[in-house]
Design a protein around this ligand. Structure first.
Ligand code: SF4
Ligand code: SF4
Length: 351
């Protein structure tokens, strides 16, 4: 394809992406990111992925998009800002990570990407386009860096110049060759002396030069991990019931953040914090789904959320919930029963 027709195609792509309101986007050529792949494989070999076995299974394909779409020639990476200011939580409530306040971002980003694919397929009928949001094995931060959206910070997240790290990412693998954006000049990394995310992480999960030990990360522990959490980690979780924003809140490059206007993120289903008593009273999966269907909290399932609520009740000295905590210590689920016993002991120590 000539440079000129590639430019015309890229202009058409830009119009389609702007029409579907992506905040920022870029294009990278298809290549194997060997360095990122080796880092990731070392990370898996060290066991830092915890129980997320699906990550180990995808280790080879993550940094080689041709293992997903054999004829892919470019990868289009898009981002949408999700930042919102956090109101002060009132007593008796557990803190929810910002990404989960509204409707599940997979629906918002996935819906937009599907409409982009529809428009691209009409514009370029001989080509194929495949959208991805998070759930499939693409090394997102690596692809986004190569597409010029930003760089990967020491907290391992992609940091963009306009929105910091408060962005959801999505990708389209394309058999059409668009002009590539290339990595951003002059934005190769964090300020050399900055260690804020490392210092502010409540569990010491970020190791220098920028490696995350998921087994210590509160996001992993509260969302992905279903077992009993060791007491030192439960203490560090504090009053976070779902996820953790500490390393993002600490990052000076996130001061650029502006509030999102995306309706489905702002229409709160879970919201910035949830009432712990309400979570402890969610008697079954149906009650849980009635309350949280369509939100990212569904990923934790009821039992993990109840386990987390017990931890928050203990850490938050929520003595008004002590009889509910006590009830859970007789649960048939051993993780719930053990966590409730820990929380009851903690509450007894605060009376
Ligand atoms: S999300 Fe929280 S626990 Fe995980 S690395 Fe960041 S600050 Fe640490
Ligand atoms: S807090 Fe500092 S070191 Fe950490 S990601 Fe942000 S700029 Fe980089």
């Amino acid at each position: 394809m000539s440079d000129r027709s590639s430019r015309t195609d890229t202009n058409a792509l830009a119009r389609i992406l702007e029409y579907h309101r992506f905040d920022t986007w870029g294009v990278a050529g298809i290549s194997v990111d060997q360095k990122a792949r080796e880092r990731f494989q070392r990370w898996i070999a060290d066991g830092r992925h915890g129980t997320m076995e699906y990550l180990a299974r995808s280790a080879s394909a993550r940094f080689d998009p041709t293992q997903i779409v054999a004829k892919a020639r470019t990868i289009i990476v898009v981002a949408v800002n999700y930042f919102q200011k956090r109101p002060q939580p009132s007593a008796g409530r557990g803190i929810v990570s910002r990404y989960a306040w509204g409707r599940d971002y997979h629906n918002e980003i996935g819906g937009r990407l599907r409409r982009v694919v529809r428009d691209l397929s009409q514009a370029f009928p001989g080509d194929s386009f495949r959208p991805f949001v998070d759930a499939t094995p693409i090394g997102e931060a690596s692809a986004a860096t190569q597409a010029g959206l930003g760089f990967q910070g020491r907290n391992t997240l992609l940091i963009t110049p306009r929105f910091g790290s408060w962005v959801f990412l999505g990708e389209i693998l394309s058999t059409r060759s668009f002009e590539t954006s290339g990595p951003r000049a002059g934005e190769n990394g964090c300020p050399s002396r900055c260690r804020r995310c490392v210092e502010m992480c409540p569990t010491g999960a970020i190791e220098l030069p920028g490696v995350l030990d998921a087994r210590k990360c509160i996001s992993y522990l509260t969302i992905e991990y279903s077992g009993f959490i060791e007491p030192a980690m439960m203490e560090a979780i504090g009053t976070r019931i779902f996820g953790c924003d500490a390393c993002q809140e600490a990052c000076p490059l996130n001061r650029v953040a502006t509030e999102t206007t995306v309706e489905s993120f702002c229409a709160h289903r879970a919201g910035p914090d949830v009432e712990i008593g309400e979570i402890l009273r969610l008697g079954d999966e149906r009650a849980f789904a009635d309350r949280f269907a369509g939100t990212p909290l569904m990923r934790a399932k009821r039992t993990r959320l109840v386990r987390n609520a017990l931890i928050v009740a203990g850490n938050g000295a929520m003595n008004e919930l002590s009889s509910l905590v006590e009830e859970h210590s007789h649960a048939t689920d051993p993780v719930i029963a053990q966590t409730a016993a820990w929380a009851a002991k903690k509450l007894a120590g605060t009376r």
